[in-house]
Design a protein around this ligand. Structure first.
Ligand code: SF4
Length: 432
């Protein structure tokens, strides 16, 4: 899972990437056109660390990346002298498309070059390549001529919004720089020449949409809109549904900051239990889910402080948006009890994560997913909580309010068939 941005100037892309930093903290890069050539700056870490200086040149595209197992050193945009490519997603069949490619971004670039060499013009070369790609992609390509291609996959897994000639993964990043926006439609490809859209194409056959439900649950900024639905509002509704599905007799509702906050508002509203801030986050430690292994446990230990007066001698409902490994939640329950909470009821505003995602979100292997093979009662014992309650898949869908969603990581049912061969080849390599 990553973030992408395109703009007439490289320094504008830098600002957009800062607004997308939450989508990836492992590496960042910007490619731009200067004197008819592609230039690049990028490296590991946050935008401010990876990109020390960027000129007022362009057009440009950029990328922030979140960690995936086995490939911490990759940086996008991947580029050569003529082309630069950045995408957010994962191409499941990339090894079948380009057997010599070591990761999906490389496979896409190789295939586009191949199509160009066959004589296809830029937009058609990209369209042919993407029509073969199975998976998720919010996609940007920059040519040294200054042309830019923007595309979103036919299923619409990942977000992409625009205010031509600017595009970014999330609407909030466009609002950061004062732009009104539209969302890119799935299965669309747009060619920009000198910043003006000159061609619009369908990538391939129309597909049933499969908007990633996890974008609503966790990834996007609360201000963002995804498929017309505001992320914060959908999270509040998740919390309201959760309160009805999994009530608790309690004195106070506290969120796990920051991503549990909207759902906690909903839980409090629907249950009538007072909302308060009982956990205080150390803002400078980063998001543990998107940290490399090893660092995660250390961060979970130091991530939160507790406001004793809010929880002392109280029955506390602690609301989180989702739980992947459970490392952080175990520590939170310990902390709350240490500070005198009489009871701790864990409520999770999404269903248990029980299956891998092949569409660009790198959940750990099944053995590391804490909800696999465990009931809510078992999880409560494991975390030392008085009860645990998750939102149902139905409740999640109703909260988002869209019928065409991907919920595969909760149900194990994928929006398309995935061959064992594709998975084995993909997992032997690296995601984009
Ligand atoms: S499997 Fe889960 S994380 Fe992956 S695209 Fe589907 S909903 Fe999103």
């Amino acid at each position: 899972m990553c973030g992408v941005a395109a703009a007439p100037w490289a320094d504008e892309v830098y600002v957009l990437l800062e607004g997308l930093q939450h989508r990836g903290q492992e590496s960042a890069g910007i490619a731009w056109v200067e004197n008819g050539e592609i230039k690049f700056v990028g490296g590991m870490g946050l935008v401010k660390d990876a990109i020390k200086e960027v000129p007022h040149k362009g057009p440009a595209i950029g990328h922030v990346r979140y960690s995936t197992s086995g490939g911490y050193s990759r940086v996008q945009p991947i580029h050569n002298r003529r082309l630069a490519l950045a995408f957010n997603g994962n191409i499941i069949n990339f090894k079948l498309m380009e057997p010599d490619a070591s990761w999906d971004a490389e496979a896409l670039l190789m295939r586009i070059v191949r199509e160009l060499n066959k004589g296809h013009e830029l937009a058609e070369a990209v369209r042919r390549t993407l029509a073969e790609a199975k998976g998720s992609y919010s996609f940007l390509l920059l040519e040294a001529s200054g042309k830019v291609v923007v595309a979103r996959d036919p299923w619409g897994f990942r977000p992409l919004a625009y205010s031509w000639p600017v595009a970014a993964s999330e609407t909030a990043a466009l609002e950061d720089i004062g732009l009104s926006w539209k969302e890119m439609e799935p299965n669309k490809l747009v060619l920009l020449e000198e910043g003006v859209p000159t061609k619009e194409m369908e990538i391939g056959e129309e597909k049933r949409k499969a908007y990633c439900a996890f974008e609503y649950v966790y990834f996007q900024r609360p201000e963002s809109y995804f498929n017309g639905v505001n992320v914060h509002v959908s999270r509040v509704r998740m919390g309201e549904k959760l309160a009805r599905e999994k009530p608790a007799d309690a004195d106070v509702v506290i969120p796990v900051p920051d991503s549990g906050r909207s759902a906690a508002i909903g839980y409090s509203r629907a249950s009538g239990i007072t909302l308060d801030e009982g956990l205080v986050k150390n803002r400078y430690l980063g998001r543990s889910f998107i940290m490399p292994p090893g660092l995660r446990e250390v961060i979970a230990m130091r991530k939160y402080g507790v406001v004793r007066d809010v929880v002392y001698n109280k029955r506390v409902v602690v609301v989180d948006d989702s739980i992947v490994r459970g490392t952080t939640m175990k520590r939170i329950v310990e902390l709350l009890k240490e500070k005198g909470a009489k009871e701790v009821h864990v409520r999770v505003a999404s269903p248990p994560i029980r299956a891998p995602c092949y569409m660009g979100i790198d959940f750990p292997s099944k053995d590391e997913l804490i909800a696999v093979g465990r009931s809510e009662e078992e999880l409560a014992r494991l975390w030392g909580a008085d009860s645990v309650g998750y939102l149902s898949v139905r409740g999640l869908k109703e909260a988002i309010g869209l019928s065409e969603l991907c919920v595969a990581c909760f149900t194990g049912t994928y929006p398309f068939s995935i061959k064992r061969e594709e998975v084995e080849l993909m997992l032997g390599s690296h995601k984009g």
